[in-house]
Design a protein around this ligand. Structure first.
Ligand SMILES: CC(C)(COP(=O)(O)OP(=O)(O)OC[C@H]1O[C@@H](n2cnc3c(N)ncnc32)[C@H](O)[C@@H]1OP(=O)(O)O)[C@@H](O)C(=O)NCCC(=O)NCCS
Length: 213
């Protein structure tokens, strides 16, 4: 019949194909990734910065290394030096290894994650400690992305580390800080750390007892 369109299944094949895979925001993909067996899920905690931004503090998981590398690229030279005692261009391999080969027994690592406007998670800070079992001590390093300093993140991460170490029965928490690092020295002073100045002026040993020996 003139004017009547015949149904042609072949010409409609395109509409029958599966729709293209949905591009999920990075935040959702993270939720869908299976967690490692030993992952301490109970340690996850939402906090708010002094500016009101919602932040997730959580133990590290497999797959976090690229976020750490991205954060490193956004650090001021002096912050890199204060953390690693050297002007590095990329993360030291031993630091990256802590993120690639996660050992929840020997290391305690927490990261601070924010959500960008495009719904991606971004890493804003990290505190990492290595346990020295024979001394019942944990040696730690703390780092906040340079543009995120001064909002309470450093203190919240360090408090979380103190609480985790105390919960594990560790006696002492310690670190080495450059004498010029006024921000870190001010922070740990508010958390009752003791200072031990080295005679050669290379670093200040900071130490906090977590329980009586
Ligand atoms: C040191 C560092 C971790 C502080 O983190 P932060 O998130 O900026 O610190 P916070 O906002 O949590 O501040 C915590 C306390 O320290 C004080 N403080 C922070 N920066 C300070 C500064 N530049 N001068 C004086 N006091 C400072 C704050 O007044 C605050 O005290 P309050 O809680 O009584 O108000 C951050 O500057 C950093 O990553 N520096 C580079 C790496 C580094 O030095 N690591 C330490 C070596 S292990």
């Amino acid at each position: 019949m003139p004017g009547l369109h015949k149904f042609d299944p072949l010409s409609n094949l395109a509409s029958l194909r599966c729709p293209p895979p949905v591009r999920l925001p990075g935040e959702w993909l993270e939720l869908l990734r299976p967690l490692p067996f030993r992952y301490p899920l109970e340690d996850e905690q939402y906090i708010a910065t002094s500016g009101g931004r919602r932040i997730l503090l959580r133990p590290i998981r497999p797959g976090d290394a690229p976020a750490y590398e991205a954060m490193f690229q956004r650090l001021d030279r002096d912050d890199v030096r204060f953390r690693f005692f050297s002007y590095l261009k990329q993360l030291p391999s031993n630091e990256l290894l802590r993120f690639q080969k996660i050992d929840y027994d020997l290391n305690i690592n927490y990261i601070a994650l924010g959500i960008t406007k495009s719904h991606e998670r971004e890493m804003l800070g990290v505190v990492g400690a290595t346990i020295v079992p024979e001394e019942s001590t944990a040696e730690f390093g703390l780092l906040i992305r340079s543009d995120q300093k001064g909002q309470g993140l450093g203190k919240m991460l360090l408090r979380k580390l103190i609480s985790a170490c105390t919960g594990r029965g560790i006696n002492t928490l310690r670190a080495e800080v450059m004498p010029r690092n006024a921000a870190m020295l001010a922070l740990v002073r508010t958390l009752d750390f003791q200072f031990h100045y080295q005679a050669d002026g290379t670093y200040v040993g900071i130490k906090r007892r977590l329980r009586e020996a």
